[in-house]
Design a protein around this ligand. Structure first.
Ligand code: FES
Length: 448
């Protein structure tokens, strides 16, 4: 337990200091101890289908290039020239055969190798070893169902150990609606800046169902979190009868999902176009046929520690909460659709996503107001004397046979407590055995 608490985090009593949302010293520790070690979501392979394709992304505060080289291999490079550090790629995405630094024109191939140095023979011959000046590349990279994840720590645990049993929930966001594994594509990325601490967004997606009153207005018009979407007052039968679960994982992840009753028919009730609805009905039948019992798992939201969240139903996609400073976050939402869905389904979803999420989306605006003021209030001299309260449903989570993990069948803040226990282990500079609970604490916490 010592590794899972510190001067800011007391999850046994359920209090967390407001300092962790505003203090520059805490923020610096996060960049060094957390973002430089944890597995981070970088992008999706559908964004770079062809050799030479690239998408500039972020890991912590740093710009990185997700790139498919000439031979088709996927890389993640630090977007910084080995000469004086200039960004070698200043576009958000595109296709290239070389990254040419705009400062003095060193050029790098798509596999990161330093290929050209102007006036090499006359100025550098015999001194500069080009083979030692490739772009800096992440030591660890994993491709999973189209998503690309990377870590700057060569000793980071295997990605699937890191993901643990949260994988089956994340899969719901990544797989096709008809139950086939993978097969999704990104149809767009929304990017915007929120004047709030990045953890408030990550925490919201851990399964903070308690905040639904924030979305009362969109609920009333039928696109909100009650799932009475599309037609006012109509409720998806499957969801109404589902058993909701809130699951916390030792690695710091947390999810809100549901187990649907076996026989009911699941229709995406936000759909009002019969042809679109037919596509989803078909997908659901296929999904039941393929997955059987497993098709009963319905995902809502989750956060994969530390800063990747997902929506598993609609709008389906991944969010990355990139820190800019203690009080500023760059939010990226990657919207996903089935790659082989009819064009009209993709178009319908694209519009739905924009209405629901993002900087102008009706739901996300509600959340941003909350995060913004929670951050601002944490700067106040008086306010900072009073920690935030995380005491909700302290003892309702247990291992049971519904799904793996520490499961509660009532709303709980256990996912947030688990998240900050994991956060503390990183900030306390624990080794991977302790962070991953290989020392036996994983079982001890789960049994509490
Ligand atoms: Fe890139 Fe000088 S900084 S070539």
């Amino acid at each position: 337990e010592a590794a899972a608490s510190n001067q800011w985090v007391d999850t046994q009593r359920g209090f967390i200091s407001r300092d962790i949302f505003v203090d520059p010293r805490v923020y610096q520790l996060e960049l060094e101890k957390l973002f430089a070690r944890a597995w981070l979501f970088v992008g999706h392979e559908s964004q770079i289908p062809n050799p030479g394709d690239f998408f500039t992304s972020r890991m912590g505060e740093e710009s990185v290039i997700l790139c498919r080289d000439k031979k088709g291999e996927v890389h993640v490079f630090l977007n910084s020239c080995r000469h004086r550090g200039m960004k070698v790629c200043r576009y958000e995405q595109g296709n290239t055969s070389l990254f040419t630094c705009p400062y003095h024109s060193w050029t790098y191939a798509t596999d990161g190798k330093l290929q050209g140095v102007p006036l090499y023979k006359s100025l550098y011959d015999g001194v500069l070893d080009r083979s030692e000046h490739s772009l800096i590349e992440v030591p660890r990279l994993v491709k999973y169902k189209g998503t690309v994840w990377a870590s700057w720590d060569a000793k980071a645990p295997d990605f699937f150990d890191y993901l643990g049993d949260a994988k089956q929930h994340l899969d719901q966001a990544l797989d096709c609606r008809d139950g086939r594994e993978g097969g999704s594509e990104v149809i767009g990325v929304h990017k915007w800046i929120i004047p709030a601490n990045w953890k408030l967004a990550a925490e919201n997606f851990l399964g903070d169902t308690y905040h639904n009153p924030s979305h009362r207005s969109v609920d009333l018009i039928g696109i909100g979190p009650s799932a009475a979407a599309g037609v006012k007052g109509r409720r998806d039968d499957e969801l109404a009868k589902a058993k909701h679960i809130w699951v916390s994982f030792f690695q710091g992840h947390g999810v809100h999902s549901a187990i649907a009753p076996e026989q009911n028919e699941y229709v995406n009730s936000f759909l009002s176009d019969p042809e679109i609805e037919e596509y989803f009905r078909h997908c659901f039948e296929e999904r039941k046929r393929r997955l059987g019992e497993q098709a009963r798992l319905l995902p809502f939201t989750g956060t994969i520690f530390p800063n990747t969240s997902y929506h598993g139903r609609q709008p389906r996609g991944l969010c990355a909460w990139h820190p800019h400073s203690p009080t500023e976050t760059e939010a990226w939402r990657f919207f996903l659709v089935d790659a082989d869905a009819p064009a009209q389904v993709k178009e319908y979803l694209r519009h739905y996503y924009m209405r629901y999420s993002g900087p102008a989306g009706m739901t996300e605006q509600d959340d941003m107001e909350n995060w913004l003021y929670a951050t601002r209030a944490s700067m106040g001299t008086i306010a900072r004397r009073y920690p935030f309260n995380y005491q909700q449903s302290m003892n309702t989570s247990k291992m049971n046979d519904l799904v793996p993990g520490n499961v509660s069948t009532q709303m709980t803040e256990e996912m947030a407590r688990g998240y900050y226990r994991a956060w503390s282990r990183y900030l306390n500079d624990s080794d991977w055995d302790i962070i991953m609970g290989r020392d036996g604490t994983q079982h001890a916490v789960a049994a509490e």
